[in-house]
Design a protein around this ligand. Sequence first.
Ligand SMILES: [Zn+2]
Length: 322
Amino acid sequence: MTTAHTDLPSSPYFRLEQLGDHAWLAIATPGSGALGNAGIVDLGGATLIFDTMMTLSAARDLRAAAEALTRRAPRYVVNSHFHLDHTTGNEVFDTATIISSTQTAPLIAERSGETLREMQANGAEIIASERAGLATITDPALRLEAEQQVSDFAAMIAEVKGMRLRLPDITFEPRMAIQGAERQARLMTWGGGHTPSDVVMCLPDERVLFAGDLIFSRMHPSIFAGDAPEWLRILGEMGKLDIDIVAPGHGAVATRAAIAEQREYLETVMALAREAAEAGKTADEVAATPIPERYRDWGFASGFARTMSVLLAYHQRAGEGA
Ligand SMILES: [Zn+2]
């Protein structure tokens, strides 16, 4: 599926994987502060970056890798959605045009801005309380993941004081094509599933889809800022795209089978939450639901309990409205 290259630039913040002749995915190293994956695309005459990672250190290495691979500074940066692990690195791409969906631009300014200010004001306290929480985790796998998450946020807090959010210069909805001298990138949004607005990017020549956080590859997805039924509808649209390779927002490079796998996951957890709501279970009982067998080896395992709680509340609201 992917070509093995031994001469790809290396970084402590990510591992580069080649997706096609002109496209790469920088897969975030757990605990390094990068947190989200990012794409590098050579359009011919112009270089495009898809998402910018969470810390400026990681984003600087991402820019350096793009310059080494394509022999020029990035001209375009696409933000798939507003979350900090996909947008804070924008600041490093000071000569590029930043592009997002029309709905995402104010979400970066307001919601990401608010989170950043909270981290700038109370970063040391947030990290101290998260570190204290580690002692209560007995499961070794969950403990390692929690330690990596604290390490990610500690890396962010170490740089957060002088950070300023660089906002999008251009917005679009629902589609936009970016034409290079040799090939095209197609941006599209069907609304919001993971967040109120999510963008994916298709490279038709390379048959590659950069899915942002609409695809978590073999990792429990984060749904608390999103809308699970809408996410399912959007995955249905993504399934119609003529692509072979899926570059996810988190986790390893996958094939198009990852789209159906993400649908099955969401359908499974929504059904579990609906059954729990109908059985009148409490939030604590629902949070203690065991992870279904086939998802036990997926990453971000601590996200499952939170997902169940969010979906239970959704079904309880739907039940009250009915
Ligand atoms: Zn996200």
